[in-house]
Design a protein around this ligand. Structure first.
Ligand SMILES: *Cc1c(COP(=O)(O)O)cnc(C)c1O
Length: 219
């Protein structure tokens, strides 16, 4: 099947209100253009340099989402154009995003990444850290970032019950957070292997790569 057909099949499975981020990391511009020409406008990348190169050469109405773990010293390269940063996991990083956004006279939409998986290798905040962050005076003073919601990754396992429990936990953290930040609306959870479960548990944004573009070759 072609990229276009994969996209069409996935789109028919997504309920209204669930945004598809086509994860194009490691994939060439031609593949992205094929998806773009089929109507896809939102793409996700996990490396700032790669995303910036693609932004420079591809149509300017593409929305670029940074979905990977982000180093503070890289924020400046994408502050001008990034549409949503999914992986914000510290106040220090958020402060840097705020500072760089200010330089470009804009507000950068962000998601706070929660650690919901069993693996320690995955990044993200725990609930205590989330609370501390959003209650800090520094957070309240920032004017050039906007928290749109939460992002999380489930454990890489074939145990669907565990994946479901982790997504359900993230959804309940999201609902609690709404009491403090009533304007949040985005819950980014679900990838190629687990997006159906994520949607059942309340996802509003899925990040799908290999099911659209095929397996990635990192060499
Ligand atoms: C690569 C990646 C995805 C997409 O993974 P697939 O399994 O190819 O769909 C989603 N989210 C994040 C954070 C990623 O790094």
């Amino acid at each position: 099947m072609s990229i276009k057909e994969h996209l069409k099949n996935i789109k028919t499975e997504l309920p209204d209100g669930v945004t598809l981020v086509a994860v194009s990391k490691t994939k060439p511009n031609e593949a992205i253009l094929e998806a773009y020409e089929a109507g896809q406008q939102v793409f996700g990348e996990n490396k700032v340099q790669e995303m910036t190169q693609k932004w420079e050469t591809l149509p300017k109405d593409i929305e670029w989402h940074m979905i990977g773990h982000l180093q503070r010293n890289k924020v400046k390269y994408m502050a001008e154009f990034v549409s949503l940063i999914h992986g914000v996991d510290s106040l220090r990083l958020l402060k840097e995003i705020d500072k760089q956004a200010q330089k470009h006279d804009r507000v950068i939409p962000c998601l706070l990444q929660m650690h919901i998986a069993e693996e320690d290798t995955k990044f993200g905040l725990d609930e205590a850290e989330l609370k501390e962050l959003i209650q800090s005076e520094e957070f309240k003073a920032m004017e050039n970032i906007k928290i749109m919601g939460l992002m999380g990754m489930a454990t890489f396992t074939s145990n669907q019950n565990q994946v479901r429990k982790e997504f359900s936990n993230l959804k309940s953290i999201f609902e609690k957070l709404k009491q403090e930040l009533p304007n949040i609306s985005v819950l980014s959870m679900g990838m190629s292997g687990d997006y159906s479960v994520a949607i059942e548990e309340g996802s509003t944004m899925v990040r799908i790569g290999s099911s659209i573009f095929g397996v990635r070759n990192y060499s």
